[in-house]
Design a protein around this ligand. Structure first.
Ligand code: PMP
Length: 359
């Protein structure tokens, strides 16, 4: 069967070149005579893979030397707990509530201390990024948390909050490696892999070294950043195959010209789709223009019936996973790094035809 254009929010499309390389190496990797899946994580061949993955990610994101890069498990959701468990000293943190994932992060942090929600966009179904009033920030907070890109609602932060000396922590699950970020502005970045990095299950954590080493009492060993940092993400068996695929994706990214080139491409891809939406008489984007995501583009027709018909016909035409998140309805096109420009063009052509057919 031919491959479809997969607009899934995650797990999502991977570069075809990466899948083909993995396929070639599946049964026997290099001169190892076995699959990466079958290798000891302590073997020389595997150590080269994980070390190269880290090196590539450091290069791609220009990670400063005083940051650790960790490959962990438990998805981004486990970080909702690991962050407070490791960063709480005064047991106080500031959070911006910009969607379901931010809400989950907030409720998890509340189990361990006091959360100050400095702003929220819940009043308008999270369709914008709220203005931040600095007088509401707690200068004594252990950290300040934002969700960089809101996968479900299709919004993103385009400027960072001015947090002074309070460490800025971000959930970058759905925008990591899609545009350039200055890592030195953050205390901690975490990202589930299943959008721009690789298979689900793996989570990448980039953490400034001074934030490591004072977990709350009773923090389980596996949830202590220090343990993972001291053991180079090898305290226990890491998700070896996921890290291998991540390495292939990082190599692919470098071959594309790195994050700056990817950002340019993503801006072009998103602009095409948003321009079409802005001029369509049937489809409408649901997000305030200035806060639009480059990765997740939600839209509606205004009629649930037509939305359903659209998703069904699109699926039949090989444009799949366009149904919006169950909490918002409508449609959502997730157009991560690996979605080719051709996929966007094909989607727009399909939408135009649907628009004409349903006048
Ligand atoms: N944060 C964001 C922004 C997400 O988009 C997601 C998943 N779609 C998560 C957290 C949760 O990730 P996981 O399923 O890996 O725990």
């Amino acid at each position: 069967m031919e491959r479809v254009y997969n607009f899934s929010a995650g797990p999502s499309v991977l570069p075809l070149e990466v899948l083909e390389k993995a396929q070639k190496e599946l049964v026997s990797y290099g001169s190892a005579g076995m699959s990466v899946m079958e290798m000891s994580h302590r073997s020389k061949a595997y150590l080269e893979i994980i070390q190269e993955a880290e090196k590539l990610l450091r290069d791609l994101m220009r990670v400063p030397a005083n940051y650790k890069v960790l490959f962990l498990q438990g998805g981004a959701s486990q970080q909702f707990a690991m962050v407070p468990m490791n960063l709480f000293v005064h047991k106080k943190a500031d959070y911006v509530k910009t969607g379901q994932w931010a809400k989950k992060a907030i409720s998890e942090a509340k189990r361990f201390g006091e959360v100050n929600v400095v702003a929220s966009s819940e009043d308008k179904t999270f369709s914008y990024i709220p203005e931040l009033d600095k007088s509401k920030f707690n200068p004594e907070a252990d950290y300040f948390h934002i969700t960089m890109n809101n996968t479900i609602y299709g919004t993103r932060f385009t400027k960072l909050p001015e947090v002074g000396n309070v460490p800025l922590v971000t959930d970058m699950s759905s925008s990591i490696l899609s545009e350039e970020y200055d890592v030195s502005k953050f205390g901690l970045i975490y990202a589930g892999a299943q959008k721009n990095i690789g298979p689900a299950g793996l989570v990448v954590v980039i953490i400034r070294e001074d934030l490591i080493g004072h977990p709350m009492e009773g923090t389980p060993t596996m949830l202590d950043y220090q343990i993972h940092a001291e053991n180079d993400s090898m305290y226990n068996t890491p998700p070896t195959y996921g890290i291998y695929i991540a390495k292939l994706v990082f190599e692919w990214l470098q071959a594309q010209g790195g994050v700056a080139a990817m950002q340019k491409r993503n801006e072009e891809k998103a602009a095409l789709l948003y321009d079409y939406l802005d001029n369509s008489s049937l489809f409408k984007g649901t997000v305030v223009t200035k806060d639009r995501s480059l990765m997740n583009v939600p839209f509606v027709t205004g009629s649930e019936e037509l939305d359903e018909k659209f998703v069904k016909q699109a699926t039949a035409a090989g444009l799949v996973n366009l149904k919006g998140h169950r909490t918002v309805g409508g449609m959502r096109a997730s157009i991560y790094n690996a979605m080719p420009l051709e996929g966007i063009k094909t989607l727009i052509e399909f939408m135009k035809k649907f628009e004409t057919d349903n006048k």
